[in-house]
Design a protein around this ligand. Structure first.
Ligand code: PRP
Length: 178
């Protein structure tokens, strides 16, 4: 695709790692029912692939938390734009994210969700960008650690586009500078 400067994680590597994460979760939650909490929109593709490799009964719920808008840098302002439909009280919840960058989104979400008394609350992120962290986040499942580049694909967007690309890439500079 023309916008791609270089591929950071191939489709094959993503699928292999997602399978491993699904298998690890299946082992850790043996005998339990799991609620996968998808943080829209970036977490959607990861959730769908991950869920295929979890052997327990799984429920989905969805939440939108906006902190970036269409900007490429975090504003630090977090707000819920769509809340969960079901109560998570007493449930085993795994937050499914495409990326943890500054950690500001998850920092807010963890506090908010803990106050709803789930039986357990863990975080599964495909990508972890630790160099940019501004608050410490306890991450339970990580797909890949990635460098502090602007990344697109497999859920990550550029101006709401390219989330459907099955690999993670760095876009060409001329595409992102307008
Ligand atoms: C992205 C990503 C996380 C958040 C991580 O979402 O999906 O939710 O940013 O960044 P942070 O660790 O710096 O808070 P975004 O707000 O871009 O929305 P989207 O998922 O709809 O793309």
């Amino acid at each position: 695709m023309e916008i791609v400067d270089r591929i950071i994680i191939s489709e094959e590597d993503i699928q292999k790692r997602v399978r491993e994460l699904g298998e690890a979760i299946s082992q850790d939650y043996a005998g339990q029912t799991i609620t996968l909490l998808c943080v829209l929109k970036g977490g959607l593709m990861f959730l769908c692939d991950l869920a295929k490799h979890i052997t327990q009964p799984v429920a989905y719920d969805f939440m939108s938390v906006s902190s970036y808008g269409d900007a490429t840098e975090s504003s630090g302002v977090v707000r819920i734009t769509k809340d969960l439909e079901e109560s998570i009280e007493g449930k085993h919840v795994i937050i499914v994210e495409d990326i943890i960058d500054t950690g500001l989104t998850l920092n807010y979400l963890l506090k908010n969700l803990h106050s709803r008394n789930p039986a357990s609350l863990r975080i599964c992120t495909l990508l972890d960008k630790p160099d940019n962290r501004r608050v410490e986040i306890p991450i339970d499942y990580v797909g890949f650690k990635v460098p502090n580049d602007f990344l697109v694909g497999y859920g990550l967007d550029f101006k709401q586009l390219y989330r459907n690309i099955p690999y993670v890439f760095v876009p060409k500079k001329e595409f992102i500078q307008d």
